[in-house]
Design a protein around this ligand. Structure first.
Ligand code: MV4
Length: 511
């Protein structure tokens, strides 16, 4: 394999929103010129204003702009960039785009096109994992034309089984099947769904693990044969395959399990000739058995969680690797410190089944203070539009231990103010405050089981209004010379105090 050897001085960022801004910041720190691209509707977006240069790439629909490979490459050549960073989503895991970049003399900041293609196929990834001696969920692939042997294969695994799409991801084309009667029908509908969604109807079987935890390992490989793991992220708090909260370390992790999972991930990276940043996903059962799930061949949304505990800049390292420079660290000098938690803030309405909420952000105030980082794509006046992922920002907090991170997280969420549309801030707050999360006792079924009927209490929907209300009551009680600690209080005052204490306002805590 040839080692790249080209200093990167100018990068085109083929993305928008918070991740485009995250990459612009890494470029600036490294003295690299950052080139933004934008669709018609994004011409005044914040990532455009922050970049050194910005170029129009097409109409609002993503297929005409952020997914328009030829337009992006043309702009990259015109702007004279050395490399393209795809961020996450859009073209990040598109092997033909990586190839198109290469063919045009542009460095694609990510793994090689062949690696993206290989690991993007879940069946191939399972084979690579098996070859690298990783534990995989018992299962089998099959020829879609050979529907006659389905029962035999399912019986060999044992019900319940999970039918998965080879080209899948995000739960599309997935079916849980608990008996032979439903097998035929489920397989047919999974094939249909996968075919429609990915243009590839191949499916396979896995033993269905009930309520596993989702733990993923961050890996990094350079062109000089160094392959390392950067610890784990626990991502079990999800709803409908969309992650809500991530943390590191995982509450279930032990040094021994971390080493085993880390070394497994590194073995897979070596087996696949991996280059750059990647994530190896695992399912973990209650006996702490872990099973390979899939590989994400990109920088992930939740990468800041790893940055907070390792102190590294993963985007900076990606750029180094793409230039052919060795990684700035090795396995021995990575020392994860403290605890990090990320809450994703989406423009969605939790009270309307998380319906995307569009409109202009009329007021915007981010939390700050010790251990707080906000990766955001907006400012006051920004508009959230229907065309793209409704993520507004990521709140990432760090503490010396989980308790400190939890305290800071709750405080930061109550401080965060976004007006003009609905957000998931209050929802995140109610998850952070829930008993199972506080104890670290949760799995992928947590949101459904802890919030039955999908009814969420979101006490922090409008934090400053709530705080103002609390202040008024507090002031009223003070003026009445009713100390919160004395015994002679009326029952109604006590009721209010209980109410606000229950709402979490610290000034009403028992002293
Ligand atoms: C599984 C599983 C249980 N058993 N595989 C969901 C999306 C896709 N990437 C893989 N997924 C799962 N695969 C077996 N054999 C449960 C899930 C799953 C899940 C995985 C990770 C995080 C959240 C999840 C929510 C529901 C189901």
């Amino acid at each position: 394999m040839t080692i790249p050897n080209k200093k990167i001085k100018k990068i085109l960022i083929a993305n928008r929103g918070e991740i485009a801004i995250r990459i612009i910041r890494a470029c600036r720190d490294a003295g690299i010129t950052a080139v933004a691209v934008y669709s018609e509707i994004d011409k005044t977006a914040y990532h455009v204003r922050l970049a050194d240069e910005a170029h129009y790439i097409g109409p609002a629909p993503a297929k005409d702009s952020y997914l328009n490979q030829q337009n992006i490459v043309d702009v990259a050549k015109k702007a004279g960039v050395d490399a393209i960073h795809p961020g996450y989503g859009f073209l990040a895991e598109n092997d033909s785009f990586a190839k198109l970049c290469e063919d045009n003399g542009l460095i694609f900041i990510g793994p090689r096109a062949e690696t993206i293609a290989l690991l993007g196929d879940k069946l191939e990834a399972r084979r690579v994992a098996l070859k690298a001696d990783l534990p995989i969920v018992p299962g089998t692939d099959f020829d879609n034309k050979d529907l006659g042997h389905l029962n035999e294969k399912a019986r060999a695994i044992g019900f319940p089984i999970l039918v998965k799409a080879a080209a899948g991801g995000g739960g599309k084309g997935m079916r849980v099947v608990d008996s032979e009667e439903k097998l035929q029908e489920s397989v047919s509908s999974a094939i249909r769904e996968a075919g429609a969604a990915f243009g590839d109807g191949r499916v396979y079987f896995e033993k269905y693990l009930k309520d596993p935890r989702h733990v993923e390992i961050q890996i990094f490989a350079d062109a000089h044969g160094h392959v390392v793991y950067l610890g784990e992220r626990e991502c079990s708090i999800q709803r409908r395959h969309q992650k809500v909260i991530e943390e590191s370390p995982s509450p279930i992790m032990t040094p021994e399990l971390r080493r085993k999972m880390g070394e497994a991930a590194v073995n897979l990276a070596r087996e696949s000739g991996y280059l750059g940043a990647g994530t190896v996903e695992f399912l973990v059962d209650p006996n702490l058995n872990f099973y390979f799930l899939e590989v994400n061949t990109r920088l992930q949304v939740e990468h800041p969680v790893t940055e907070m505990v390792t102190g590294l800049d993963l985007v900076r390292e990606q750029i180094r690797v793409a230039e052919g420079t060795p990684l700035s660290f090795n396995q021995e000098n990575i020392e994860p410190r403290g605890h990090a938690i990320e809450c994703r803030v989406y423009a969605e309405d939790p009270h309307q089944d998380f319906l995307p909420s569009t409109g202009i952000i009329s007021e915007y105030r981010e939390p700050a203070g010790p251990g707080i980082r906000v990766d955001s794509g907006v400012v006051a006046g920004s508009e959230i539009v229907i065309y793209y992922d409704p993520i507004i920002a990521k709140l990432v907090v760090w503490g010396r231990h989980r308790e400190e991170a939890l305290e800071r997280c709750e405080r930061a969420l109550t401080e965060y103010r976004i007006s003009g549309l609905h957000t998931t801030i209050g929802f995140a707050c109610s998850v952070i405050r829930s008993a199972g999360f506080r104890l670290g006792q949760y799995s992928t079924g947590y949101i459904d089981s802890a919030f039955p009927g999908r009814v969420f209490k979101c006490p922090q929907d409008d934090p400053s209004e709530r705080a103002a209300m609390a202040a008024v009551v507090y002031d009223f009680l003070e003026r009445q010379k009713v100390s919160l600690t004395i015994k002679r209080k009326s029952e109604s005052q006590n009721a209010w105090v209980r109410f606000y204490r229950q709402q979490g306002f610290k000034q009403f805590d028992k002293r």
